[in-house]
Design a protein around this ligand. Structure first.
Ligand code: IDP
Ligand code: MG
Length: 152
């Protein structure tokens, strides 16, 4: 299994509600490694590139308006199976269906304010990271506690 990178966003609702620390904590505590992080107020151009797969859907305009409504905390997270593990910790898209113990299941109520974004495949992860980050903003460093998280 190769190491994957994924783009995680704490959306404007998470930032405004003061939940960035809570959300980072949940991801970090699982052993996921943060290799890039920044607060950014997305432009419409970034938002449109990021959500291109949803063009034409009834919620698209609202989604673009929402994601550009304030700063988001953008992160690059790295681990083996980072995509599956981060999406499991985030919970289902609709917080009403997300399991308790997940970010959306514990902290959210509605699909239009579901706090976090996470890439849904390794390929899309690589593309999304390119949309949000310069290569120089991603730090390749050894996480010394890894032998205590990952069996070699
Ligand atoms: P995901 O974020 O779990 O990957 P997607 O299906 O990729 O879910 O949808 C992207 C985002 O669009 C969701 O996180 C949510 O904020 C928003 N969204 C999806 N479906 C709806 C909907 O039916 N109404 C309003 N917003 C929606
Ligand atoms: Mg998605």
């Amino acid at each position: 299994m190769s190491v994957e990178q994924t783009l995680i966003l704490v959306k404007p609702d998470g930032v405004q509600r003061g939940l960035t620390g809570e959300i980072i904590n949940r991801l970090e505590k699982r052993g996921l490694q943060i290799v890039g992080a920044k607060l950014i107020h997305p432009t419409r151009a970034i938002a449109e590139e990021h959500y291109q797969e949803h063009v034409g859907k009834p919620f698209y305009e609202g989604l673009i308006e929402f994601i550009t409504s304030g700063p988001v905390l953008a992160m690059v997270i790295q681990a083996e199976r980072a995509i599956a593990i981060s999406r499991q910790t985030m919970g289902s898209t609709d917080p009403a269906e997300a399991a308790p113990g997940t970010i959306r299941g514990d902290l959210g109520l509605t699909v239009g304010r579901n706090l976090v974004h996470g890439s849904d495949s390794a390929k899309r992860g690589a593309e999304e990271i390119r949309i949000w980050f310069d290569e120089s903003e991603i730090i390749n460093f050894e996480q010394t506690m890894q032998p205590w998280i990952i069996e070699s």
